[in-house]
Write a protein that binds this ligand. Structure first.
Ligand code: MRU
Length: 347
C-alpha cells in the first residue's frame, strides 16, 4: 500500500495483513485507536453497516477486500460452483449501506474481474482490491493539487463531516485538498461537528491533530455566523454520490452549508473521485437517502416505552448542482456543474 506521506498524512484505516482486513474502528475514535481483523465477507459487511468503517471511498475499498475474502472461502468450499455461491456475499455486502455509490462501483469492478478468473481466485482478486485501494490514494493526491489551486490566496476554509484518510484509502478528498492547501499557504481550517454522529468533532479534528494541522471546531449551527464574520472563503465537502447533472449527496448538513455559502458569497467545492459519480442517476431526486436509527438522536429518556417523541434521522442530503462552484475529481475540475459540464469527466 502507498506509504503515508511525511508530515501531512499518517493515518491508514484499512490494511490488508496476513490474509485478513484490518479495520480501524472509527466508532472508538478519538479515545481509542483500535484495529479489528475481519477474515470473512459478512464481517466486513457488518463493519460497514455499523460504521466501524465509513466514508464513501473507504466503504468501496473495504467491500472490495470483502469480495476477496468471500472468494477465498467459497472456492475452498466448492471450487466448481464458487462463482454462483459468491452471489450471496455480493448481496450481503451491497445491503450494508445504500447511499455511497462507491460501494456498488467497487462490487461491479470485482464482479467483472471474477468473470475472467479460472482456478484459485484469491491472488487475482486481491490484486484488483489492492489496485482499487492504491488508485484511490493516487486520485486523492491529484485532487489535492487541483483543488488547492482553486484555493490560492484563501485565508479560511470550512469543511464538514470527515473526508480525510479515515474516509478513503488515505489522504482524503476534501480534507486532502485542505492538507495540500495547508502545506502551501497555511489557511485557517474550521471543521463542523457533524451531528449526530460527530464525524467532524471525533474524526476530522483527530486526524488533523495526528498530522499537526491546526483546526478550529465549530458547532454545525455556527457555520452561517462564521461565514458572516468573513472567516472563510471556501466550504469544502466530499460526496457519497454525484448524479450525472452534478447534484451531490453528502452528509446531512451539506445542503444547509451550500445555501448559507451562496447567501454570504462564500465558494462551495465538492471533492470526490470519479468512482463517486453515478452516471446512471440523472439527478439528485433519485438518490436513496439512508435513514439511521432514532437512537442516534434521542437520549434514553425519550427512548422509553410509551414516549410520544420520535426522531427523523436522514444521514445524507442532496445539494443541487446550482449551489456548487466546483466539483474537483482526479480527472479534472468542473466549474458551475451541469449535465453538460459533467460529461467532460466521462471516460
Ligand atoms: O455516514 P458517513 O460517515 O459514511 O458519511 C460520510 C460522508 O458523508 C462523507 O462526506 C463522504 O462519504 C465523502 S468521504 C471522502
Amino acid at each position: 500500500m502507498s506509504e503515508p506521506k511525511d508530515g501531512v498524512d499518517s493515518v491508514r484505516p484499512l490494511q490488508w495483513q496476513d490474509g485478513a482486513l484490518r479495520v480501524l474502528d472509527q466508532r472508538k475514535l478519538p479515545d481509542q485507536v483500535v484495529y479489528e481483523e475481519f477474515a470473512g465477507a459478512s464481517g466486513v459487511a457488518e463493519a460497514i453497516a455499523s460504521m466501524r468503517v465509513r466514508g464513501a471511498p473507504a466503504i468501496g475499498i473495504a467491500a472490495a477486500y470483502g469480495v476477496v475474502l468471500a472468494a477465498r472461502d467459497r472456492y475452498a468450499a466448492n471450487p466448481d460452483a464458487w462463482k454462483d455461491d459468491i452471489a450471496e456475499d455480493f448481496g450481503i455486502l451491497a445491503a450494508s449501506r445504500p447511499t455511497a455509490v462507491n460501494l456498488f462501483w467497487a462490487l461491479d469492478r470485482m464482479r467483472e474481474a471474477i468473470a475472467s478468473i479460472a482456478g484459485d481466485p484469491t491472488p487475482a482478486l486481491l490484486a484488483v482490491a489492492r489496485a482499487i485501494h492504491e488508485d484511490d490514494i493516487r486520485a486523492n493526491r491529484r485532487m489535492g493539487e487541483l483543488g488547492a489551486e482553486l484555493l490560492a490566496g484563501s485565508t479560511g476554509l470550512l469543511t464538514h463531516c470527515n473526508t480525510g484518510s479515515l474516509a478513503t484509502g488515505g489522504y482524503g478528498t476534501a480534507l486532502g485538498v485542505i492538507r495540500t492547501a495547508w502545506a502551501m499557504e497555511r489557511p485557517a481550517v474550521f471543521a463542523g461537528e457533524t451531528r449526530p454522529w460527530l464525524q467532524g468533532a471525533r474524526l476530522t479534528v483527530w486526524e488533523l491533530e495526528q498530522d499537526g494541522i491546526p483546526a478550529t471546531l465549530i458547532a454545525d449551527s455556527a457555520a452561517a455566523w462564521l461565514m458572516k464574520a468573513g472567516k472563510v472563503q471556501w466550504v469544502l465537502v466530499g460526496a457519497d454520490r454525484i448524479a450525472a447533472n452534478g447534484d451531490t449527496a453528502n452528509k446531512i448538513g451539506t445542503y444547509s452549508l451550500a445555501v448559507n455559502a451562496r447567501h454570504h458569497g462564500v465558494k462551495f467545492m465538492v471533492v470526490a473521485p470519479t468512482s463517486t459519480i453515478d452516471w446512471k442517476t440523472p439527478s439528485g431526486d433519485s438518490i436513496e437517502i439512508e435513514q439511521r436509527s432514532k437512537t442516534e438522536l434521542l437520549g434514553s429518556h425519550f427512548l422509553r416505552e410509551g414516549s410520544v417523541i420520535d426522531a427523523w434521522n436522514p444521514v445524507f442530503d442532496v445539494t443541487p448542482a446550482g449551489l456548487i462552484d466546483a466539483i474537483v475529481t482526479e480527472a479534472g475540475v468542473v466549474r458551475n456543474p451541469s449535465q453538460g459540464g459533467m460529461q467532460a469527466l466521462r471516460r
